[in-house]
Design a protein around this ligand. Structure first.
Ligand code: BMA
Length: 758
């Protein structure tokens, strides 16, 4: 599935030719490969029963989650999933054409390496001329070349004149994504001409692992164009069980939603597929940095010659296909396989462990790393995620504890501890996975279910939940802070529970992400300098409960609206430490900001703040997080009249000159199930149309938590949703993704808040 195959058919082709492709069942093939691997077992044999999946997926080079995953069904597809074509050529044919920007610091000069790989069918060497044209950089250069029979390559180094100002490619939120139009023309002997139109991008990437004062271990962060960047985003899984359904429109909606939520990065997770070219093209255009895993996940893998041969071809092909994309900032060997060995996930007796260590190094170091480094020197490679980076290398490529907070990245899942309590989270260098499940909206489920399915105990719900105890974990977590829905109408109970799982998920990941963002500049007890937050997971492969923030079809869950706020470039973050309220100023901007911090206390039963404090002249430094406000909660409550932890809520935001402002953030002083005065407000909305957009005017009579505007299956998104409403009136814009009428909107519209489910 991950290789490109080409066959020379010149000797067999006739006037009338017939091509027949026969497939053995992927499941039978995998089983057969596993059976013939007699020397030792290569676990896992099968996925856990709750996943209702197929076995031995690690024996076939195919989308690993297509045999089921803890969020996805088992649809082991079969067939040719990419274009098939016959190419006819004399002389030569261009197979790969790649561009790599190189920056020489000492000379302060850019150059562009152009690599062209040819299949040369001519029996003698072919000479020719190559002309490279980049008009905007005043480049027009011609080179003479000679190609030799067989596979041969031309590598050209184009120096960009120092007098030309090179506009760099920047991640979303940090600058433009400038690319330069470029034409490369090959004119071979006998007049054979190949013209290549492409875009040249200039950016550098460094993965910085160096000592940090006051902290044992090493840093783990990305420097893009010499600038340290906090990585904000999520993890990408295949957008459909059937890849042919992942159209351009599907990709555009999901990736646009990524940048609309203020993300600058995605990790293409190693249990899916190397995505199609258009995926990376869009990421280049939108400034989405890609952490690219190789497709190995949560398993051990064989290393017999056939397997390695296939993997070597796969890695060579994929790196060549993808390396021109400025969006890709990292190659990573696998998902969690270092951790699987270190933590002995598959209960391998100690005495037998050696062979698995050896296989691990053979696969990810001696083969994959070797190929990656030979093919692409322009970006870093790590062997696994999570890993301790250079420390893992030092320990023989498998660290004792790949989750060590002092090194590399971590994955962290804890469904039992209270997710509002930031002390449960690892003060890591880089959080590359963390998450909580929720159910997708009723409108999404409705399309694939019927009346008897609409409860959490139905066969349907059981069938779609692939994570053991998933529903119990969601209710447990929700129950820590909210009253659980009690409606006696089964359908309403189902809908209310869906809503509450989304509230819980959004609130949990907000707490965790804000913790990671505010930990970026400090070291506490030797831990900190967190420089990345990629929650698990961005998108869904089908309609089911999962960790995703975007439902199958692209609809935003409450978490995605939260992400838009908790990933805002400028954000005040609140938390309590031993009864003291701290507010941190977090900034991803490139210059310092002079701001006013406004802190207000509201009683739940009124939209008039009980008191407001404006702290002026607050300086939030570029690319940093630091405390800017500190007050014992008891003092704050005393200062503000009649407030108690249960009756009031704290909100805060930044305003500055011009366009400078932050979203409004909040801190709950008690669980909402204990809140006093939180009563059913009169919540209503009216809709009006302005051209292609629609404005919803929402009105309320008291502070209203988690206000949720829902238009069912009408494709589109709101500019804000799932918010804590403290104002009497709020205008919310709806951006439809397809033309619609106001009538349809009015018909589908539902307005919910936490108070509706009690
Ligand atoms: C991580 C991922 C996935 C999985 C997720 C949720 O370990 O790498 O394998 O889907 O957790 O369990």
């Amino acid at each position: 599935m991950f290789n490109r195959y080409s066959f020379d058919i010149t000797s067999v082709i006739k006037e009338d030719s017939f091509i027949e492709v026969r497939f053995l069942s992927a499941i039978s093939y995998a089983a057969q490969r596993s059976r013939s691997h007699r020397a030792y077992r290569v676990p896992p044999q099968c996925p856990p029963p709750v996943q209702k999946g197929e076995c031995h997926v690690n024996f076939i080079r195919k989308e690993q989650c297509s045999f089921s995953w803890d969020w996805g069904p088992s649809f082991p597809t079969q067939g040719i999933w990419k274009d098939v074509r016959i190419e006819a050529y004399n002389i030569c044919h261009l197979i790969y054409f790649t561009l790599t920007p190189i920056y020489v610091k000492s000379a302060q000069q850019w150059s562009l390496e152009i690599e062209s790989v040819f299949d040369v069918v001519s029996s003698k060497p072919v000479v020719g001329l190559v002309t490279v044209n980049i008009p905007k950089l005043q480049i027009q250069q011609t080179y003479t070349t000679e190609l030799h029979p067989g596979e041969d390559r031309i590598v050209l180094l184009v120096n960009i004149s120092k007098s030309a100002t090179v506009q760099k490619w920047w991640p979303n939120g940090h600058g433009n994504q400038t690319g330069y139009d470029m034409t490369t023309t090959f004119i071979m002997e006998a007049g054979y001409k190949i013209e290549k139109f492409s875009k040249a991008y200039f950016r550098t990437v460094e993965l910085v692992e160096e000592p940090i004062p006051g902290s044992p271990g090493l840093s783990f962060y990305f420097r893009i164009n010499g600038h340290p960047i906090f990585i904000k985003g999520s993890n990408w899984i295949p957008a459909d069980s059937f890849q042919d359904r992942v159209s351009s429109d599907v990709l555009k909606i999901i990736l646009q939603s990524t940048v609309d939520a203020n993300m600058n990065a995605l990790r293409v997770w190693g249990g899916g597929v190397y995505e199609q070219d258009e995926f990376y093209d869009i990421c280049d255009e939108l400034g989405i940095m890609i952490w690219q895993d190789f497709m190995f996940a949560c398993a051990l893998y064989p290393t017999d010659q056939n397997f390695l041969k296939s993997v070597r071809a796969e890695i060579t092909h994929q790196v060549k296909r993808l390396k021109s994309h400025p969006s890709i900032i990292l190659w990573s060997g696998n998902n969690e396989n270092e951790a699987a060995i270190a933590g002995n996930w598959f209960f391998i007796p100690h005495a037998e462990m050696k062979v698995y260590f050896k296989d691990y190094v053979t696969l990810y170091v001696k083969n994959i790393q070797e190929i990656v480094l030979a093919e692409d020197k322009s970006r870093p490679y790590i062997t696994s995620s999570p890993t301790n980076g250079m420390e893992s290398v030092k320990e023989g490529w498998i660290s004792q504890n790949p989750y060590d907070t002092h090194y590399g990245d971590t994955h962290f899942y804890d469904y039992l501890s209270d997710c509002w309590d930031w002390t449960v989270y690892p003060k890591t260098r880089f959080a590359s996975e963390y998450g909580f499940q929720s159910w997708p909206s009723f409108s999404t489920l409705e399309k694939v279910s019927s009346t008897e399915d609409w409860s959490f105990t139905s066969n349907f719900s059981f069938h779609r939940q692939h994570h053991a105890s998933g529903n119990d974990q969601m209710l447990h977590q929700a129950g820590l802070h909210f009253k659980l829905p009690q409606n006696t109408d089964p359908l309403q109970l189902f809908k209310d529970t869906i809503y509450l799982t989304q509230v819980m998920q959004a609130q949990c990941i907000k707490a965790e992400t804000e913790f990671y963002r505010r930990s970026q500049s400090e070291i506490i007890n030797g831990e900190g300098h967190t420089m990345g937050a990629l929650y698990w997971q961005l998108n869904d492969i089908w309609q089911a409960p999962s960790w995703a923030s975007l439902e199958y079809g692209g609809k935003w869950k409450m978490l995605h609206y939260f992400a838009q706020r908790f990933f805002a470039p400028l954000l005040p973050v609140g938390h309590e430490d031993k009864g003291v309220l701290f507010i941190y100023g977090v900034s991803d901007l490139h210059s310092d900001s002079e701001l006013t911090l406004k802190v207000s206390l509201y009683q739940w039963d009124s939209t008039a703040p009980v008191c407001t404090l404006a702290k002026e002249g607050v300086i939030v430094k570029a690319g940093s997080a630091a405390p800017i406000y500190k007050e014992p909660v008891n003092d704050l409550l005393k200062r503000c009249g009649n407030c108690t932890r249960q009756s009031c809520v704290v909100t805060f935001y930044f305003v500055g000159k011009g366009e400078l402002y932050s979203p409004s953030n909040y801190h709950f002083l008690s669980s909402l199930k204990d809140a006093v005065g939180l009563e059913k407000a009169q919540l209503s909305a009216t809709i009006s149309q302005q051209g292609d957009l629609y404005t919803f005017i929402v009105r309320t009579t008291a502070v209203t938590p988690f206000v949720w505007l829902d238009v069912g299956n009408i494709p589109g998104r709101f500019h804000d949703n799932g918010f804590l409403m403290t104002e009497k009136r709020k205008a919310v814009v709806f951006y439809p993704w397809e033309p619609i009428s106001i009538k349809e909107l009015e018909k589908s519209f539902r307005l919910t808040s936490l108070m509706d489910i009690y």
